[in-house]
Write a protein that binds this ligand. Structure first.
Ligand SMILES: Cc1cc2nc3c(=O)[nH]c(=O)nc-3n(C[C@H](O)[C@H](O)[C@H](O)COP(=O)(O)O)c2cc1C
Length: 184
């Protein structure tokens, strides 16, 4: 079932990005082919080298790389996956996707997906950011489009020390959601 399925993992600059390492490990162990696209800011949190080692594939961060591996990279990457999961999804990137902004490799790839690509968004942020009406409106806009599935953040301890709604679900839960989605 899982064999031959391609998963593109998008990583944004959130503190929960350390959990995405475990998600990539679970996906590879589960038999999926995995490629990782990071925002430039995400590379300040977790080294691309970690994702490269865990995914057994090059990691993509640079829209304007001179070291082109696959033609027009944002298009070949957009054509590749059966499913894209973005975890953690920052308030910033959520809003960019909702607004059709393409100012880095990740947002450009997402914009270039065909309707066949399932997109699972896993926002994680401070509770006040998640409750911000602009962010909620942008999340609702994405939900309404039908193509984007949002796994809402959970209540729990946040990186800023507060306790609230904003915590990224555990990698195992995200893995289960992906497996379930690809069964259909
Ligand atoms: C220590 C630290 C933790 C952060 N955690 C989050 C977070 O969990 N969620 C979020 O939306 N932004 C978080 N930010 C802010 C983002 O990094 C910032 O908005 C950044 O521009 C997002 O870039 P990106 O969306 O291109 O990855 C954090 C910033 C710092 C310095």
């Amino acid at each position: 079932m899982k064999k031959g399925k391609n998963i593109l993992v998008g990583v944004c600059a959130g503190i929960a990005s350390y959990k995405t390492c475990e998600l990539v490990r679970l996906l590879v162990k589960g038999g999926y082919s995995v490629k990782v696209v990071m925002t430039e800011a995400a590379a300040k949190f977790v080294s691309p080298l970690v994702f490269q080692a865990l995914s057994n594939n090059p990691v993509y961060t640079d829209m304007f790389s001179l070291d082109r591996r696959e033609g027009v990279e944002h298009i070949s990457l957009a054509d590749w996956p059966d499913l894209c999961v973005i975890a953690p999804l920052t308030a910033n990137t959520l809003s960019k996707i909702a607004g059709g902004i393409c100012d880095n490799l990740l947002t450009t790839v997402v914009c270039a997906f065909s309707d066949k690509v399932n997109v699972l968004l896993v926002p994680a942020m401070n509770e006040k950011m998640w409750q911000n009406k602009i962010i909620q409106d942008n999340a609702d806009k994405l939900r309404r489009l039908g193509k984007y599935m949002i796994m809402p953040p959970e209540k729990g301890e946040l990186a800023c020390g507060a306790c609230g709604d904003g915590r990224m679900p555990e990698p195992e839960e995200i893995f289960e959601k992906i497996t379930e989605k690809l069964k259909n």
